[in-house]
Write a protein that binds this ligand. Structure first.
Ligand SMILES: NC(=O)c1ccc[n+]([C@@H]2O[C@H](COP(=O)([O-])OP(=O)(O)OC[C@H]3O[C@@H](n4cnc5c(N)ncnc54)[C@H](O)[C@@H]3O)[C@@H](O)[C@H]2O)c1
Length: 324
């Protein structure tokens, strides 16, 4: 059965998903929604598809088995509501919004209108071999402390640099590390964050996002985690990772490796998988068969990650700890 897929967005990640879908058997990209019809058309022509100016225009014109939503954080809301109203499953890129309210509203609407809808959220690291290894090896109750980071440069796209459009680095980018922490170590109970703008306007014009920050998270198990992020580094210099310090040893995950150190034993596992491919495969399988067991992050679960990252912003702005 050929699946008929639509895409919303014409940027870098719409292309990433479009390329994956175009290389997949029995999948047809039937429409691309741009912020204008012309932008949709220009993108669509490369995939032998058609451009549209809105989700409703695409859904009126095409039979859709699912839609991939690849828009910046501030653009969420109407797109999801339109798809839920029509009962069309979707895979949406992280983060779910700039705050926690919009995703919660969407989730509430979904539960009301289409409670069994298949959804997937682009927390692709969950599909790595090494993350599966972490989940197999580590018991949340044995973790003492975890330390995570996303240390990078200031992205070029203008929306990323605007707090009101991206939600800031912790919500937009470091959300991957928060999501992994939840996936491996369980739920978060309380957060306390300190953010600052260390080099405001130094060389990044029209920027109002914090450029450094650290968040302390108390886990429901009693473990403690800290996650730091910055976007002050020069381009191409940076790292992201999450380490777990346990009674049995140290597990140090980065995007490309996992290093496990125990008494008299050290192993390094290079990541060999393509998690984006697995993520899409699991979603398409669910559409075909109804079996959603391969989807590792759905909309309801991703709302919990969003709740944590937004609470961190509230804590940084208020100077108070936020209990979830
Ligand atoms: N999972 C990952 O590894 C990963 C990596 C990169 C980006 N992303 C996520 O993907 C999303 C998009 O990022 P990007 O890098 O493609 O950004 P981008 O700026 O390259 O592209 C965004 C596109 O969305 C379009 N757009 C904005 N509002 C729209 C609307 N209402 N309807 C239709 N199109 C609209 C813009 O015109 C633009 O073409 C972001 O949330 C980002 O965090 C995820």
């Amino acid at each position: 059965m050929t699946l008929r897929i639509g895409i919303v967005g014409t940027g870098g990640f719409a292309r990433k998903h479009a390329d994956l879908l175009a290389a997949t058997d029995d999948v047809e990209i039937v429409g691309i929604v741009g912020s204008s019809k012309n932008k949709g058309d220009v993108f669509a022509i490369q995939y032998d598809s058609l451009g549209y100016e809105s989700v409703s225009a695409m859904a009126d014109a095409q039979v859709l088995d699912a839609v991939y939503i690849c828009v910046p954080p501030m653009a969420h809301g109407e797109i999801e509501r339109e798809l839920i109203e029509r009962g069309i499953p979707f895979l949406v890129e992280k983060p779910l919004g700039t705050d926690a309210e919009v995703p919660q509203d969407i989730l509430g609407f979904m539960r009301l209108k289409s409670p069994d809808m298949i959804t997937s959220v682009g927390y692709h690291f969950r599909y790595q071999d090494n993350v599966e290894r972490l989940r197999e090896d580590l018991h949340p109750g044995r973790i003492g402390i975890a330390t995570g980071m996303w240390m990078g440069d200031m992205p070029e796209v203008s929306w990323w640099r605007k707090q009101e459009q991206s939600g800031g680095q912790f919500i937009e980018q470091t959300t991957h590390i928060v999501d992994l922490l939840r996936h491996v170590a369980g739920e978060v109970d309380e957060v306390h964050a300190v953010y600052a703008s260390r080099f405001p306007e130094e060389e990044w014009e029209n920027t109002n996002v914090h450029d450094i920050g650290t968040v302390t998270l108390k886990m429901k198990t009693g473990a403690v985690a800290t996650i730091s992020n910055t976007c002050v580094l020069p381009s191409g210099v940076g790292k992201a990772g999450l380490s777990f310090y346990t009674r049995e040893g140290l597990w140090e995950w980065t995007t490309g490796h996992l290093k496990v150190t125990k008494i008299n034993e050290e192993n390094v596992f290079a990541e060999e998988s393509n998690p984006y491919f697995r993520q899409t495969k699991a979603f398409l399988h669910a559409l075909r068969t109804g079996d959603r067991s391969g989807i590792l992050s759905d909309y309801a679960d991703a709302c919990k990650t969003q709740e944590v990252t937004f609470a961190a912003l509230q804590s940084a702005l208020s100077g108070r700890s936020i209990k979830l």
